[in-house]
Design a protein around this ligand. Structure first.
Ligand code: AMP
Length: 303
């Protein structure tokens, strides 16, 4: 099984209270693909400009992502700049420069169209819709988004929500999209639009899976030092869907396991800037942290 990821391939400028970097490799598709490729082959749909550094291109090739759907266009690559607050859970966007993304019209290579698992990673919802329009009945479509698109493209975003099976969204964006303060009520509001499940990401505090008949919570893996939270959500999602794509059946048990895989992968991502830590993680590292995690979180029922 393989997975298709449409999202941003970017350069990021990041400021944290402790360090800053400029022009590092980022983008929702890059983080999600790095995570997802631990489990299954990954196909990328996206766009870069002529300024995209050759060393970043070499990284994408070395990871063996299928890049037939990655277009190179005249102009500059999507660029994002963000600044984290002291708690590292909240951040301000300092710049979002769409550049070549502004006129991107995805045209999927033929072999991409029957990919069974689709991750509509954080990108313009009209690009997510155009991608979905070219797909032949995927088994599972997962959608992620961000405050920027809730503010600028609400109608298109609502249209994609209606077509997705599972939504990934952080707590703040869920409240912003639905106008509900209670996360559980907000989740119900979102499910009423059509998706079968919702994953609410709560930064270092973990993530919750909500369906019409259940609720499951995974804490965040405890870390002494967080260097840069950027990409935690995207790599969580890529790892989650990669794990699911590798299973024979999608059961509640596998969804719960996938949530822990996502959480563990995000914990590696935040240990360094860009994909600097994540890129050298192997599946056995994830499995090892997964087992450790079980011992932190397991508790017995009352007798
Ligand atoms: P995350 O920390 O998981 O929310 O993802 C951050 C990544 O998303 C960064 O590498 C950015 O390049 C990328 N990004 C930031 N803003 C946007 C946006 N509006 N649309 C798509 N990708 C974005």
């Amino acid at each position: 099984m393989s997975m298709l990821i449409v999202g941003t391939v970017a350069t990021d400028d990041i400021i944290t209270p402790f360090a800053s970097v400029e022009g590092v490799l980022g983008g929702s598709a890059v983080y999600a693909a790095t995570a997802g490729s631990l489990y299954v082959p990954v196909r990328i749909v996206g766009v870069i400009g002529m300024d995209f550094p050759e060393s970043y291109m070499a990284y994408l090739r070395q990871k063996q992502f299928d890049l037939q759907g990655l277009e190179i266009q005249e102009g500059k690559t999507f660029r994002w700049a963000g600044k984290y607050h002291f708690d590292m859970n909240t951040r301000d966007t300092l710049a979002t420069e769409l550049n070549v993304l502004a006129n991107f019209n995805p045209n999927l290579p033929d072999p991409y169209r029957a990919t069974p698992f689709v991750f509509l990673a954080n990108v313009d919802p009209t690009i997510q819709l155009k991608t979905l329009d070219q797909m032949k009945k995927p088994s599972l479509t997962v959608l992620d988004t961000m405050n920027y698109w809730i503010e600028t493209q609400r109608d298109a975003l609502t249209a994609v929500v209606r077509r997705a099976d599972l939504i990934m969204i952080n707590d703040e964006e869920l409240r912003q999209f639905t106008g509900e303060h209670s996360l559980l009520k907000a989740a119900r509001h979102m499910l009423a639009l059509g998706p079968r499940a919702l994953i609410v990401k709560k930064g270092e505090h973990g993530a919750a899976l909500v369906t019409n008949d259940g609720y499951y919570f995974a804490p965040g893996y405890p870390l002494e030092d967080v260097v840069d939270p950027t990409g935690a959500g995207d790599s969580f999602a890529g790892g989650f869907l990669g794990y699911i794509a590798k299973q024979r059946k999608i059961t509640a048990r596998e969804l719960h396991r996938a949530l822990i895989h996502g959480s563990v992968i995000a914990s590696f991502t935040v240990e360094d800037f860009s994909v600097d830590r994540l890129k050298s993680v192997a599946l056995h590292d994830v499995q090892q942290r997964y087992q450790e995690f079980a011992s932190f979180t397991h508790f017995e029922r009352l007798d």
